[in-house]
Design a protein around this ligand. Structure first.
Ligand code: AQP
Length: 330
């Protein structure tokens, strides 16, 4: 039997090349080696207000992008988190073994709540729900971008705590980060992670960006005051562009060095823009095909949920038995 892999994305906005290089492409690469489960995590999305009509549209868009990027529904289950009730159920059980201090220490929680007064408790609970997503399927591997590493650490802490309190229940999951592209930075500000929710027209290249617009965004990316690439003194913006290039072209670090040392920034940006456009073009073409048949997407998501639900139910049942919940177990 193949080990299981689980990961997901929030339908909170346009997916960007960071989501693709940091996570989605890694899923595509490893899906054949695992029993693969990929989720659209809509329960996570509602930790911040979402317009319901827009959320429904985004859920379908993200699902279509999974397939367009290369997730094969015949091989991997693709489903919407809220279609499987076990996520919310297990999340509560895990909440009860989670210390508030663990959650308050999460850098994502701190960043998302900085300078805000009204903070929904869902934002604090976010990592517990994420732990539930992973543990529900007893996933051995979780391919994510670097920003999720801390949440994965918390998941492991929860496994240890739950298993030591109630006996061996959950598989300890491992984090899988891509070698290149684990943290793609904003094009307008390379000190900040590229993010769906960041404002600014030049911040991110969206997977569904018009290709000309995508090209233009790269050409306008923030670099520094040096005239040309100098590997002994790489600024954040240039380093980011080089890693985007390397990730899209899948070339080695040595090749990047040989190709770009001494290159003027204008030429560098042109090369990066071409690589990004070449990477996005087939994804967008496939996306158009998939979305031309809305019934296909419905079928695929229903089948995905049907496939994973028995696994989820088994785990919830096991956790209930271990915790001594009403009438479960002996
Ligand atoms: N900039 C990034 N570089 C590499 N990987 C990234 N990921 C996100 N941003 C980058 C990875 O994409 C997956 C899905 O992310 P998510 O939808 O769970 O939300 P997030 O990590 O909070 O991503 P965003 O884009 O910043 O969304 P918002 O603005 O809604 O919070 C994860 O594996 C993540 O690591």
């Amino acid at each position: 039997m193949k080990p299981r892999v689980f990961s997901g994305m929030q339908p909170t906005g346009n997916l960007h090349i960071g989501n693709y290089l940091g996570a989605l492409r890694n899923w595509v690469r490893i899906q054949a080696d695992y029993e693969s489960i990929f989720c659209i995590v809509d329960l996570h999305a509602i930790t911040e207000y979402q317009d319901p009509t827009e959320l429904r549209r985004r859920i379908r868009e993200v699902a279509a992008l999974y397939v367009a990027a290369g997730i094969d529904p015949a091989q991997s289950a693709i489903f919407v988190q809220s279609a499987v009730s076990g996520h919310a159920e297990l999340s509560w059980m895990l909440t009860c073994v989670t210390q508030i201090g663990w959650l308050q220490r999460m850098t994502q929680f701190k960043a998302k709540t900085e300078n805000r007064e009204a903070i929904g408790s869902g934002l604090l609970q976010y990592p517990v729900l994420m732990a539930a997503d992973i543990l529900l399927y007893q996933a051995a591997v979780v391919p994510v971008g670097e920003d999720q590493s801390q949440h994965l650490e918390l998941t492991r802490d929860l496994v240890q705590r739950f298993n030591s309190l109630y006996g061996e229940t959950f598989v300890m999951p491992a984090t899988s980060l891509p070698a290149v592209g684990a943290r793609v930075m904003g094009l307008d500000d390379p000190t900040k992670k590229m993010s769906k929710s960041a404002e600014g027209a030049g911040h991110a290249v969206w997977l569904l960006d018009d290709l000309k617009a995508a090209h233009k965004k790269i050409m306008r990316a923030t670099t520094d005051s040096n005239p040309a690439v100098d590997f002994s003194n790489l600024g954040d913006g240039v380093a980011n562009l080089l890693s985007v290039y390397q990730a899209f072209t899948e070339c080695t670090t040595e090749t990047v060095r040989a190709e770009f040392e001494g290159m003027r920034y204008g030429d560098l940006k042109k090369r990066v823009a071409e690589a990004v456009v070449a990477g996005l073009e087939p994804i967008q073409a496939r996306y158009r095909e998939i979305t031309a048949d809305p019934a296909y997407l419905d079928r695929l998501l229903d089948e995905g949920a049907d496939r994973v639900r028995p696994i989820a139910e088994q785990t919830v049942q096991l956790a209930k038995e271990r915790m001594g919940l009403y009438r479960h177990g002996s």
